[in-house]
Design a protein around this ligand. Structure first.
Ligand SMILES: C[S@@+](CC[C@H](N)C(=O)[O-])C[C@H]1O[C@@H](n2cnc3c(N)ncnc32)[C@H](O)[C@@H]1O
Length: 260
């Protein structure tokens, strides 16, 4: 039996855990607390699969870019403890209204995940629960400035350059690694972008930062991006533009899995 999840070897055929490195998710799960209102949020199947694969019941899942709380709701449903941080206080208040008391704790904080002070608060919270570390971390940062999440200076979507973004992201990564239990796992979910006619491989840059910090790369998962453009009937115009130009249309993002 794996040491890091609850899979029962005799029941492996019934497991809902995906095992391929290509995730084509036809549509978002909008059930339960997942409303999908937050532009740039997770397809809930992403945190669900990662939590099932890399945690046991009552482990602590940590999300330093919590957003609208998709990971929090999946952790709650799956009987995991959860700690989430977001720089936008209103979002944290929103998620707080949605979580329900259960046998597991859900601790939510507004703060800047690049800052040591935020992680000091997290450690005090863990002390209250008599826990030293988290067992899984999932990082879904802004993809630089593709979506501007707030006007806050320290919001990573307001980083002034790629260098600034990577420096800030690396701080979050470092703080998170310190909090993570040895031999456990961390996932980064990120996509690339175009700037001034050039493909900027944000995913590869972030992967490199994680490896530089000593994390061991375990998997690179390619996930399809569900089409907002299809909903807005913009597929044809994007195809026309791509045919007339020298680039391909983004349809994928990365889920990078690391072991501490
Ligand atoms: C891509 S979204 C995460 C969405 C989330 N996975 C969900 O399903 O709703 C990135 C989030 O990072 C937050 N953020 C940006 N900079 C931050 C920072 N320095 N510290 C903490 N949160 C930050 C933004 O407010 C935004 O909600």
């Amino acid at each position: 039996m794996p040491k890091f999840n609850d899979l029962i070897p005799e029941a492996w055929k019934e497991s809902e855990i995906w095992t391929d490195s290509l995730w084509i998710i036809p549509e978002r799960d909008n059930s339960g607390k997942h409303s999908g209102f937050y532009h740039g949020n997770f397809v809930p199947q992403v945190p669900r699969q990662l939590i099932l694969k890399y945690t046991k019941k009552n482990d602590v899942v940590f999300d330093p870019f919590m957003g609208s709380g998709t990971t929090a709701y999946e952790a709650e449903t799956l009987g995991r403890n959860f700690i989430g941080v977001d720089i936008q206080k209103e979002l944290v208040d929103y998620v707080r209204q949605n979580v329900e008391p259960s046998n597991n704790f859900t601790e939510l904080m507004s703060g800047d995940s690049t800052k040591a002070a935020t992680f000091k608060k997290i450690k005090s919270t863990l002390d209250v629960h008599k826990i030293k570390n988290v067992q899984f971390a999932i990082l879904h940062p802004p993809y630089t400035d593709i979506i501007k999440f707030s006007n806050l200076k320290d919001d990573l979507s307001n980083a002034v350059s790629l260098k600034d973004f990577l420096a800030k992201f690396t701080k979050v990564l470092k703080n998170t690694i310190d909090l993570l239990e040895d031999d456990r796992y961390l996932a980064i979910v990120i996509g690339d972008k175009y700037t001034a006619g050039e493909w900027i491989p944000l995913g590869f840059y972030c992967m490199n930062e994680a490896q530089e910090l000593g994390l061991k790369l375990k998997s690179v998962i390619i996930k399809n991006m569900a089409g907002n453009r299809a909903k807005q009937n913009k597929e044809a115009i994007w195809r026309y533009r791509a045919l007339m130009s020298d680039y391909y249309i983004f349809k994928h993002e990365y889920i990078l899995i690391f072991k501490k």
